[in-house]
Design a protein around this ligand. Structure first.
Ligand SMILES: Cc1ncc(COP(=O)(O)O)c(C=O)c1O
Length: 390
């Protein structure tokens, strides 16, 4: 499958790249190797660049609307890649998935309402709840046989306390879990039972690795679909996060209307011409690239886990089932998170996300972005070893 060359190291400094150009400001040293922010160092599919160039070459960039064909392209993608039959009318757009989460919180809950998350989880989940003055409720994941599992007893206990909305991260970031049909069904049934709406962040959906299959929670049954809003995007999948294009999908008209009301209140008038162009090209022509990149990432994950197992004593990894983020368990080093970061930065010259950024349960972990050419990965792993061994 690997007939596209992902080995080339592309200079990203001075390209307004958050990952490469903000490292000095965030980590105090601009010369560190950045393996933090979750975008990849690979070029996006050539088909996307071609579509953008084609559109740029038309010199009028006036007000924009999605082409009719875009809806069909999205429904076909969901059917083919995720075995999920959706209708054109279920689709709405949002610049980002995080922004979609914020809109959902505003649209579907009131200030003071309880919103449930499962830590450790992508940090904006906490911020979006808190910044919108909702009450954060946490159902902490449990670490079981080297993977995260859901504490369903606690999950139901928490739902019973009057939770209005559950923010699901599927596949999971930072652990890389692809939740099983059984787990998702149970989540769906419990949320139905307790009248809780599910907002499912499935931004990593397309990046399931190996023989793992991502299941959109809303695809499980009509009943679960009716209580769910799902956010997906070509951004992580095709490495076009800078173009800010996301899709929000719900079968439930009332949920869609509430979402739209907030979009209207904010004056959001749709995606820009380049976001729409890139999204359409990605979903129409990007499948082959995606199959190749997931193969490459899988090989990176295997190489990184092997290296860490053989070269860095007392450190282990959660085998990622999706996406390009390696969740590294350093708890057996018995070091504070501050001390760990200091070693990574000063001794390893490496910029990684500390586990504490992902909330309770993240202590003692670090997250390494392995969405990069093998040469960069090898350099990063050597620096990790330098930081964590004598
Ligand atoms: C789970 C999850 N949701 C959302 C995002 C970011 O989404 P966006 O850039 O579309 O706001 C990320 C990025 O890392 C993520 O991991």
């Amino acid at each position: 499958m690997l007939d596209i060359d992902f080995q080339e190291i592309i200079e990203r400094k001075n390209t307004s790249s958050l990952k490469w150009d903000a490292v000095g400001e965030r980590f105090g040293d601009s010369s560190l190797l950045p393996m933090w922010v979750a975008d990849m160092d690979f070029p996006a599919p050539a088909e996307i660049a071609e579509a953008l160039i084609h559109r740029v070459n038309h010199p009028v960039y006036g007000y924009t609307m999605p082409r009719k064909g875009l809806y069909q392209t999205i429904t076909e993608w969901m059917a083919k890649r995720h075995n999920w039959k959706i209708e054109d009318s279920w689709i709405q757009f949002s610049a980002g998935v995080v922004s979609a989460l914020g809109i959902c919180i505003q649209a579907l809950t009131k200030p003071g309402d309880k919103v449930l998350v499962q830590s450790p989880v992508y940090a904006p989940f906490f911020n979006m709840v808190k910044k919108n003055d909702r009450e954060l409720v946490n159902n902490q994941l449990i670490y079981e046989n080297g993977q995260y599992a859901i504490d369903f007893k606690d999950f139901e206990e928490k739902l019973k306390t009057g939770v209005r909305l559950f923010l699901l991260c599927s596949p999971h970031n930072p652990g890389g879990r692809v939740w099983s049909a059984a787990e998702l069904n149970r989540i769906g049934e419990l949320c139905r039972k307790h009248g809780v709406i599910i907002v499912s962040d499935e931004i990593h959906a397309d990046l399931a690795l190996g023989d793992r299959v991502h299941i959109p929670i809303a695809s499980l049954s009509r009943e679960i679909s009716e209580i769910t809003i799902t956010a997906m995007a070509p951004s992580k999948t095709f490495n076009i996060a800078g173009l800010q294009a996301s899709v929000v999908i719900s079968e439930n008209e009332e949920l869609r209307q509430k979402f739209q009301d907030i979009q209207d209140a904010r004056g959001f008038d749709g995606l820009n011409i380049f976001a729409l162009t890139a999204m359409e090209a990605a979903y129409q022509k990007g499948a082959h690239w995606l199959d190749s990149i997931t193969g490459y990432i899988q090989e990176n994950a295997i190489a990184a886990m092997e290296f860490i197992k053989n070269e860095i004593p007392h450190v282990s990894c959660m085998a990622p089932q999706a996406s390009f983020l390696l969740w590294i368990d350093c708890r057996d080093l018995h070091m504070s998170d501050t001390a760990l970061q200091k070693l990574l930065i000063e001794k390893g010259q490496l910029a990684l996300d500390p586990g504490t950024k992902f909330g309770p349960g993240g202590e003692g972990f670090i997250r390494m972005n392995i969405g990069c050419p093998r040469g960069t990965l090898t350099e990063g792993l050597n620096r990790l070893k330098t930081a964590l061994t004598d």
